[in-house]
Design a protein around this ligand. Structure first.
Ligand code: SAM
Ligand code: SF4
Length: 323
């Protein structure tokens, strides 16, 4: 079995696949306004072409694939793409990150196609706050989508981005909502970026933990193997996570690369560097596509740039890279 190993001896076995940069939400921290221009349709990789590259990745040692976006459920025939991957390698850990707005009507089809797990973004349980964050009345669809995903047997995790003065009074409510349904919640520290609304104030892990400790005592479980999340467990055994990209050890076990919907392969979310596999895949040149994959893994940086005081992080948007 082949393995992809980077220059810092980390095994890269996980790819995040953005299938579209488009989105039906306008989250304040991600895409508050419709971008000036979208990727031209002719630049998008077809699912057939993306699947050809997924085969290359799997053959070289990738064993976890996460579909993301933009909003992946906006892309037609997503279930067919998932089924292609599943049929090629049923043991692949196949997951998706979604805002869940369209999930109710799609969950069963996705599960039947081979999807195993989803992460859903839920920043609030108050309809008006959801409307403020996403700039659209979204909450009912999102919560119905989550119920349906659980009903069809998908494993569900929840991502929440806590923001001061916006949803910081709901940390415990979202935790309780997830706990009651057997879903892990992960609080993601807001990552500053040039595309977000300027007045957002994120929250750091110590502030979050202080709020949680008002209701729960918890045990620190540390970083989970290759997950970006630091986990904690409450006395009654519920596990929740905090994703802290600013922390020093955040990158030490990084096992992932990303591909955009137009075929740019990205070694690190926080760097502008990328190499395209689009032309090679379109020509059926599998050898070149595999060589680009290996080169991107080889050049994966040791650390992201968030903690460097004078560092410039990537100008690429989260909705392009899939977060
Ligand atoms: N549209 C899908 C969704 O919202 O789940 C998938 C794509 S979205 C870019 C992936 C994840 O990135 C979401 O959980 C979202 O909360 C997170 N995200 C986006 N912008 C962020 C930011 N500035 N800071 C922290 N997390 C962010
Ligand atoms: Fe869309 Fe997800 Fe970005 Fe929100 S976080 S704008 S749902 S891509």
């Amino acid at each position: 079995m082949k393995k992809l190993i980077d220059s810092y001896d980390r095994e890269v076995n996980y790819i995040r696949v953005s299938v579209t940069e488009r989105c039906n939400f306008r989250c304040q921290y991600c895409m508050p306004e419709k971008p000036f221009s979208w990727v031209p349709k002719e630049n998008l990789l077809s699912f057939e072409d993306m699947f050809e590259f997924m085969k290359v990745c799997i053959d070289e040692g990738i064993n976890k694939i996460r579909i993301t976006g933009g909003e992946p459920l906006l892309r037609e025939d997503l279930d067919k793409f998932i089924k292609m991957i599943y049929d090629y390698e049923p043991t692949i850990d196949l997951a998706m990150t979604t805002n869940a707005y369209l999930l109710k009507g799609a969950a069963q089809k996705l599960k039947d196609a081979g999807l195993k797990r989803i992460n859903v973004s839920i920043d609030t349980l108050i309809p008006e706050v959801a409307e403020k964050i996403a700039q659209k009345d979204v909450l009912k669809n999102v919560l119905d989508g989550v119920d349906e995903a659980l009903r069809v047997g998908l494993k569900v995790k929840v991502n929440m981005v806590p923001m001061k003065g916006m949803n910081d009074n709901e940390i415990l409510d979202v935790l309780e909502y997830c706990k009651a349904r057997g879903m892990t919640v992960r609080f993601i520290e807001y990552m500053e970026n040039v595309h977000a609304s300027v007045d957002i104030k994120g929250m750091k892990s110590d502030e979050l933990l202080a709020l949680i400790s008002e209701r729960y005592s918890y045990k620190d479980e540390g970083l989970e193997n290759q997950s970006p999340s630091h986990y904690y467990s409450t006395e009654d055994g519920y596990r929740f996570g905090i994703i802290e990209p600013y922390k020093d050890d955040f990158c030490s076990t990084c096992n992932r690369i990303r591909i955009t919907a137009e075929g740019d392969l990205i070694p690190c979310l926080y760097f502008d560097e990328a190499m395209s596999i689009r032309e090679a895949i379109r020509k059926g040149d599998i050898k070149t596509a595999a060589a680009v994959l290996k080169e991107v893994v080889r050049t994966k940086p040791e650390k992201n740039r968030w903690s460097e005081e004078d560092g410039e992080s990537s100008s690429r948007a989260f909705y392009e890279t899939g977060g």
